[in-house]
Design a protein around this ligand. Sequence first.
Ligand code: PGA
Length: 252
Amino acid sequence: MRPLLIAGNWKMHMLREEGQALVAGILAGAAQVPAERELLILPPFTLLVELGARVAGSRVDLGAQDLHWEESGAFTSGISGPMLRDAGCRYVLVGHSERREHFGDSGVVLWNKVRGALKAGLRPIYCLGENLDQREADRTADVLAAQFNEALPGLSREEMAQVTLAYEPVWAIGTGRTATPEIAQEAHRLLRRRLSEGFGEEVAARVRILYGGSVKSENAVGLLALPDIDGALVGGASLRVESFLGIATAGA
Ligand code: PGA
């Protein structure tokens, strides 16, 4: 069985004091979350070191929202995989739709970032999802296949088993519109089939596929109950203790 992963993507939010308070609340309430569920926070870079120290040894894991693919070098502003490991990270997002849209992360860049993360011993959470036009044109399956193929083929089975996928329909991110359980399950099933075709049944059975896009405690119950949904990547609702823990305990 794949343990559910509930990940909070803080995006470009939280100054030090707010971040500390949020983590304190999550740690204080974490005991309510069933032991077989995993918790992850993805704060901005500026908070990683201090929050990494804060969550060390707890059941809350730490991850970053992006990385540079090289280990080190003359890449002004870049933050590398080894630096993230050094800050206490175990996970890193790659290919979030906001990176694709606002920072121009292309397929080649994402290909390199997945490999840079794995080389540093980080577990990439590779995000993919269609936008509204693509969904309305009935192109979701093609878009998911293309995004899958941008970054993942060529990984060994062992490497792929370290990767988590996150299906995030762009039209559901930050909009309050969530995919219905049927829409989400169908996209997750397609991704699971791709995994199986590309990497074999065993890897496909191991890789977690998170759903993201306006997840709240109310809709999390239905989503987390689906067979191919292995957790949630939560944006807005991860910025408050009650809503994040509400999702983490949903349906339990
Ligand atoms: P949202 O963001 O929960 O605010 O829709 C999800 C995400 O972008 O990861």
